[in-house]
Design a protein around this ligand. Structure first.
Ligand code: DX5
Ligand code: ZN
Length: 555
């Protein structure tokens, strides 16, 4: 049984950290391509692959084939998180005698193919898929290819063969990060069209310039195009691909090389280079600083919540925050699970259901069945046993588990035992009951106390800031430790939802940059600050960092 959205996200975060630890300790390796495929590997390994880390040669297992073999650290790190071997083995990457070499080796449990000469993996995968069919097995093959490697003619021979023999038990994923070796695919050998200049984001955004899908369709493949860093889109695409019969499927996942580490993103330099040991700890903190924006739709037109959801989709929200109020736990009444069920088919964006209701245990099944991706209940109406039942029920049903505390509530002692497996803690910064209220300033102070309790109790989840979050205070909420930001009146209450969400992201990004510059300064003073800034070669990042560092007195 697969993991839920939040568990996959946490595992992928851990895997990225292991890639940095491994490549830095080896002094070489391929972090860029390991990061562009991180979410793809995570969804396959932690949700869809039928496998057994304790029995890697299990006869009935599905197979994950990494054709872009140089991204081995990205595979090894996820295999370690899945339990094939101890995570500390990543520190032996590329060392003599290690089973974790520069390219995958069958000595390593979980590895199905010695990828490395590019362009061969798809052929091997088609052979494996056809063999499974001949043996009457329902084995599924998942193959991850790089976009640069599809310059190899063999890939297209394999593509013809795949559709000729209708290998519908094969799902190929193209890690479309627009970079190969030391340059851009659209300069080296365009798959879409020639790239003028270095600004990749243009290629990313303008679907009218995308031609790669047409190439595969013309070879008789079922083609699905997605954002390769959105777990819900990868999940949905694999669901579609594995249920498509009569032809093979390819998921063209538009990704960012080096995703997760700002100075590596879209930077060909990080194709095959490791971070320096003095920089690695700052990157480790950066990987803990991924943040999400969750508009709260009750701040919009309550008579047309469908349209509010559509505005969130257009705004590229990370989550959609659904405030359920029963008129008892809070005076106000909004909607219940029947509305959530109606809204569910509108999008695959995760539904972040916030239950402000009495006796949530009685209703939890309804909110699971309605399609919530995470359900948060209030500590004020739970105790150890009632929350325990809710917690276990949600885990059994692949739904994230959240706990919320009101402004005058501390984290209750009975909840400490659940903190290691809790996916989300909502720290209310308004008295719940409606949107449009002012942020309670004392929440900042409260957050310091909460952070130490969370650290002592091995909390691995995300803190969600909910209530009165605006562009003015989101930076300090980020510094407090929140990583999910609910925006009702400040987002849905505004005209241009996409514009405001972009502003929320940019403002939080500035706060993150400041936090990382402080980390660099704490670890190595001005010299390390200068070194950190100098790494940011793509776009305007360097100038912005210089400005922040000067204002903060680090330069
Ligand atoms: C309040 C809700 C919040 C609220 C957020 O009880 O839990 O999610 O809708 O709206 P703003 O951001 O306007 O406070
Ligand atoms: Zn809420």
């Amino acid at each position: 049984m697969g993991l839920n959205y939040y568990q996959i996200k946490k595992n992928v975060r851990k895997a990225r950290k292991l890639v940095i630890q491994g490549t830095t300790s080896a002094g070489s390796g391929h972090p860029g391509g390991s990061f562009s495929m991180a979410e793809i590997v995570g969804v396959i390994l932690f949700k869809y692959l039928r496998h057994d880390p304790k029995n890697p040669q299990w006869e009935e297992r599905d197979k994950l084939i990494l054709s872009k073999g140089h991204a081995a650290p990205g595979l090894f790190s996820n295999l370690a998180v899945a339990g094939y071997f101890d995570e500390s083995e990543l520190l032996t990457l590329r060392k003599f005698g290690s089973k974790l070499q520069g390219h995958p080796d069958l000595k390593c449990p979980g590895v199905e193919f010695c990828g490395g000469s590019l362009g061969i993996g798809l052929s091997f995968s088609i052979g494996s898929a056809m063999a499974a069919k001949i043996d009457g097995k329902d084995t599924r093959i998942f193959t991850i290819m790089g976009d640069g490697e599809t310059d190899e003619g063999q890939v297209w021979e394999a593509a013809m063969t795949g559709s000729k023999y209708k290998v519908d038990n094969l799902t190929a994923i193209l890690d479309r990060n627009f970079i190969q070796q030391d340059s851009y695919t659209e300069k080296v050998m365009p798959l879409d069209e020639e790239l003028v200049g270095d600004n990749l984001s243009e290629m990313w955004k303008d679907a009218s310039r995308w031609k790669t899908g047409d190439k595969w369709r013309s070879f008789g493949w079922n083609v699905i195009e997605i954002d390769g860093h959105r777990i819900e889109q990868i999940d949905n695409a694999i669901k579609k691909a594995t249920s498509t019969k009569g032809l093979p499927s390819i998921i063209i996942a538009r990704t960012i090389k080096g995703k997760g580490v700002e100075h590596m993103e879209d930077n060909p330099q990080w194709h095959g280079k490791a971070a320096d040991p003095d920089i690695a700890p700052i990157i480790d903190t950066e990987l803990d600083c991924q943040f999400m924006i969750a508009p709260s739709i009750i701040a919009g037109d309550m008579s047309n919540l469908e349209n509010e959801v559509k505005r969130c989709v257009h705004g590229r929200a990370d989550y959609i925050h659904l405030d359920v109020m029963d008129g008892q736990f809070v005076p106000n009444k909004t909607f219940d699970y029947t509305k959530i069920k109606e809204l569910r088919p509108l999008t695959v964006i995760p539904f972040d259901t916030h239950l402000m209701i009495n006796d949530p245990g009685k209703q939890i099944k309804n909110y699971v069945d309605a399609g919530s991706d995470i359900i948060t209940v209030h500590a004020e109406v739970c105790d150890e046993s009632s929350f325990g039942e809710i917690h276990d029920y949600l885990k059994q049903n692949q739904v994230g588990v959240g706990l919320a505390i009101n402004p005058d509530t501390d984290i209750p002692n009975w909840s400490y035992k659940f903190l290691p497996t809790l996916d989300q803690l909502i720290v209310m910064s308004v008295v719940p009951g409606k949107s449009g209220q002012k942020y309670i300033e004392s929440t900042h102070e409260k957050m310091n106390q909460i952070n130490s309790v969370l650290e002592q109790n091995n909390f691995q989840g995300y803190i969600e800031a909910d209530g009165g979050v605006t562009l003015d205070n989101i930076g300090s909420c980020f510094h407090d430790g929140a990583r999910i930001f609910v925006g009702g009146s400040a987002i849905i209450g505004q005209q241009d939802v996409r514009g405001v969400i972009t502003e929320f992201r940019n403002t939080t990004l500035l706060a993150r940059r400041k936090l990382l510059l402080k980390k660099a300064n704490d670890l190595g003073g001005t010299e390390l600050v200068k070194k950190w800034i100098d790494l940011h070669k793509i776009g305007e990042k360097k100038q912005q960092l210089m400005k922040i560092a000067t204002e903060a007195g680090f330069l």
